[in-house]
Design a protein around this ligand. Structure first.
Ligand code: CO
Length: 208
């Protein structure tokens, strides 16, 4: 890729936005009021706004390798805090994707240096759901299911935070687990049954 092309693209984008709305950048610079916090994977093939068909200002986005919500990660925790307390988002989405390199790496025995502690969080998801995953004989099925179970566990990690617990109790926020299918372009709601998942564990994680 010619890096200068990006600046030519940017000029075209500005012209197109102004053609449709002369006030576009004036309005954009005034404030943001997104309803959704999107936590997704860094993967270059999953462009968050594009697959959702949303405009600048509509979605607050956080991306990292394999859409993780580790409770010691200051970046993710700050994003959740800011999105709930200051932006007052109504929805928090954790969106994974099939064919995720981070998930695949965590399924293989390999010393990947600084990536080890990050991927360890995914290995822990595997361990938590080992029983279910061991029933799947096909590696591809296992891989796809771990992508989904990881989304589920990261949603639970969101719900473990004090900010999310208070916002859910106040009916300000709903948490959603989605997965993106690279082969079809489809965004799928996993319809995670949080009531069922949380009923046995919330006593442990409740903060107030
Ligand atoms: Co990925």
């Amino acid at each position: 890729m010619d890096i200068q092309q990006i600046f030519r693209n940017n000029k075209k984008w500005i012209a197109e936005k102004l053609r449709l709305n002369k006030e576009f950048f004036k309005q954009l610079s005034e404030d943001q009021n997104p309803d959704v916090l999107y936590i997704g994977c860094c993967d270059s093939r999953v462009p968050a706004e594009e697959i959702m068909g949303v405009h600048p200002g509509q979605i607050f986005v956080h991306r990292n390798i394999a859409n993780m919500v580790p409770n010691t990660d200051l970046s993710t925790m700050s994003v959740i805090n800011y999105a709930i307390l200051h932006l007052q988002v109504k929805h928090i989405v954790v969106c994974g994707h099939y064919d995720c390199g981070g998930i695949k790496a965590a399924m293989q025995p390999a010393d990947l240096g600084i990536l080890n502690p990050w991927l360890r969080n995914i290995r822990d998801v595997y361990r938590l759901h080992k029983e279910e995953l061991s029933l799947l004989e096909d590696d591809k099925e296992k891989y796809d299911r771990l992508v989904e179970l990881n989304v589920q566990e990261q949603c639970v990690n969101v719900i473990k935070t004090a900010e999310a617990q208070n916002a859910i109790q106040a009916k300000q926020v709903t948490v959603h687990g989605w997965v993106f299918n690279l082969k079809t372009g489809q965004l799928v709601d996993l319809n995670i049954d949080f009531d069922n998942i949380l009923k046995d564990i919330m006593d442990i994680y409740r903060l107030s």
